[in-house]
Each structure stands twice: as C-alpha cells, then as structure tokens.
Design a protein around this ligand. Structure first.
Ligand SMILES: [Zn+2]
Length: 101
C-alpha cells in the first residue's frame, strides 16, 4: 500500500483575506451569498480558489499561482489534506452569514 500522504509537501495553502479583494479592479463577490469580503484564499497545486464563509467556493482564474506566491508568501496554514484544512479553518459552512467586524 502506498500512502498518499507520504509526500509531505503541502497540498493546500490557505491565507485568510478579511478585506475586499479586487485582482482586476472589481471586488470579488460571492455568487451565492453576495459577500464582498472575508475570503479564504486557497492555493491548491497550480490553481487558486476563493472560498466564502458560506462554504461557496470557486476557482478564480484571475488569481494565479504567481499572484498567490507574490502576495501571500507567508501562508498562515498548510495542510496535506483538503478536508482537514476546511474543518480547521471553520470554512465548512457552519459560520455562513457570520459577520466579522
Ligand atoms: Zn458566500
């Protein structure tokens, strides 16, 4: 049996982004709950995803791996497993609608 977690390089890098994010001058908006801020930016291999507090998540092609590396070199969290990362970050939908002042 090969253990997929034997590769210790992080699969997921996550950085909270409390403010608005406008990679192209237009603030990103959650298509599901209309939130405009309080994102979790996820770098999964070569792609960058945006995840909302409502647990809506999408691939954001405007945000590239290079952009992530440029702006978020100090990733706060790294995980080898995606589900563990989501639970640890409380971005699994339990806090949907919560507002963080
Ligand atoms: Zn949302």
């Amino acid at each position: 049996m090969t253990n997929p977690s034997a590769d210790h390089r992080p699969v997921v890098r996550a950085v909270p982004h409390p403010g608005e994010l406008d990679a192209h001058g237009i603030p990103i908006t959650c298509a599901y709950c209309r939130a405009r801020r309080d994102w979790l930016l996820l770098n999964v291999r070569q792609q960058v995803f945006v995840r909302c507090r409502c647990a809506h998540e999408w691939h954001e092609p405007d945000l590239t791996r290079a952009y992530f590396d440029q702006h978020f070199t100090e990733a706060e969290h790294e995980w080898a497993d995606y589900d563990t990362a989501m639970r640890a970050l409380a971005f699994d939908g339990l806090l949907a609608g919560a507002t963080w002042a």
